[in-house]
Design a protein around this ligand. Structure first.
Ligand SMILES: NC(=O)c1ccc[n+]([C@@H]2O[C@H](COP(=O)([O-])OP(=O)(O)OC[C@H]3O[C@@H](n4cnc5c(N)ncnc54)[C@H](O)[C@@H]3O)[C@@H](O)[C@H]2O)c1
Length: 440
């Protein structure tokens, strides 16, 4: 099929390459000419495992092109909208200007009977609004909402082998059941994915939109729950990691997403829970999600707690103390520093007078763009040199594998805060480190 993908960021670039991998002819459109130039050369504009390989295969096959020219959507059968929906600057709500602009551009140039597939994470009600507009412009076109669940770091695998696909249909199309046109077209696009038995759930628009945000709200809640337990563990001397192991063995609870630490971040979870709160308030059901404010607050407190602990460990003042910050991205295997707890902590420490040297295998260019005041060092060894305190804030494998004795030979003082509870405390204590975990 001929497919366009509007918006070529973390979601869209991967989606475009993955659709070409499935054998479709794809054009990726973005307003960012630098990003498009890189993608046109087969270069990923961000770090994502396996993306370089599928991009170059797609490039060689001639099935994937990128452009800033929206008119190229004209001969496509299907259009995916994957533009950003960040938080508005002075509100919790999502900024919908990019979705609106993408839709406007698309509706002007698309074939009048094409299918639009919404992938961006949007406030509930958006799909219906867009469908109404589409109906007025192109009565023979259709809109289906197909939220994306990919995880950065596993984006290629999650796109090609999703654990489920959700199709949100208009009320009219829902009546046609399996004969609904947009459903059949999307089934064709995802034929190979569905052939492997991937569950496909067909819902109305509102449910599809809510599935995405409620999944993120649930995951955020799980993380903040264990971080709340970490606060209590800190006040009582209990060990939150053992607690998580013990409750996680209950199948109804599960161990995943129960790692206490510096909390969640990134371009999705924080803004998605805030947008859900804002939308619920608009709908007059704000009370249903008041607890998400607490989830957000607990999460912010973990960042403060790490800074507080660093100050305590360094004797009450950070002034002039050298702090090696290991990690800048919001999670390992990504270069994404959007709302990253690691970068936030580094910035706060710097603001309090610490001599911060921050390192990360992939995140330095993005971090440097946002916070040039910090001293960045690509080499972990150099970053650790003469540190008074080592702070692990993103659990990259290379940091988890650091040798306590070797690291001990580089630093000035053997103080370590494990902001992700990712290390084995006894190994560090045996090498005479002052090890501080969170909630343990
Ligand atoms: N990143 C993830 O892990 C992830 C996972 C699931 C869902 N999502 C959702 O997907 C959407 C995109 O997220 P992202 O992380 O890829 O964001 P991103 O900021 O990396 O990418 C968005 C892209 O859209 C482009 N864009 C903006 N306006 C445009 C327009 N009018 N026409 C064409 N391109 C335009 C931007 O230049 C940018 O490249 C968001 O709604 C997000 O919540 C993201």
């Amino acid at each position: 099929m001929r497919v366009s993908v509007i918006g070529c960021g973390y979601l869209g670039a991967v989606h475009a390459a993955a659709m070409a991998e499935l054998g479709h002819d794809v054009v990726g459109i973005d307003v960012d000419s630098e990003k498009i130039a890189m993608l046109e050369n087969g270069q990923p504009p961000f770090f994502e495992p396996d993306l370089p390989e599928i991009l170059s295969r797609a490039h060689e096959s001639g099935r994937l092109t990128f452009s800033t020219d929206i008119t190229l959507v004209a001969d496509c059968d299907v259009h995916f909208i994957g533009v950003g929906t960040p938080q508005l600057p002075h509100s919790d709500a999502a900024d919908m200007q990019y979705v609106e602009a993408a839709f406007e551009g698309l509706s002007q140039h698309m074939r009048p009977d094409a299918v639009i597939v919404g992938k961006s994470t949007v406030p509930v009600g958006t799909a219906q609004e867009l469908a109404n507009k589409l109906q007025a412009i192109h009565p023979n076109a259709s809109l289906i909402w197909n939220p994306e669940f990919l995880r950065e770091g596993f984006a290629v695998k999650d796109t090609l082998e999703p654990d489920r696909v959700v199709y949100g249909l208009s009320a009219k199309e829902l009546e046609s059941g399996d004969r609904a046109r947009s459903l059949q077209v999307l089934d064709d696009v995802y034929k190979q994915i569905l052939a492997t038995g991937t569950p496909r759930l067909v819902t109305d628009y509102a449910t599809a939109e809510l599935v995405k945000v409620s999944a993120n709200a649930f995951l955020a809640t799980k993380i903040s729950f264990i971080n709340a337990m970490a606060e209590i563990a800190e006040a009582t001397g209990a060990d939150v990691t053992q607690l998580a192991d013990a409750i996680g063995l209950d199948e109804r609870i599960g161990r995943r997403f129960l790692n206490a630490g510096v909390g969640f971040g990134g371009g999705c979870l924080p803004k998605d829970i805030r947008a859900l709160i804002a939308r619920a308030e608009e709908l007059g059901v704000g009370r249903s999600v008041t607890f998400l404010r607490e989830v957000d607050d607990i999460n912010s407190r973990r960042r403060e707690r790490v800074v507080e602990l660093a100050t305590e460990v360094l004797g009450g003042s950070l002034n002039g103390k050298r702090v090696a910050v290991l990690g800048l991205t919001f999670k390992p295997n990504s270069d994404d520093v959007r709302d990253s707890p690691a970068l936030d902590v580094a910035v706060r420490l710097k603001g309090l007078g610490a001599d911060v040297v921050a390192t990360d295998p992939q995140g330095i260019p993005n971090a440097e763009q946002r916070h040039p005041q910090i001293n960045y060092e690509l080499s972990t060894e150099k970053a650790l040199q003469s540190a008074d305190l080592v702070l692990l804030v993103t659990e990259w494998d290379e940091y988890k594998q650091l040798d306590p004795t070797f690291v001990g030979s580089l630093v000035r003082e053997k103080n370590l805060i494990d902001g992700r509870n990712a290390l084995v405390p006894v190994q560090w204590s045996l090498a005479e480190w002052n090890y501080f975990g969170l909630g343990r």
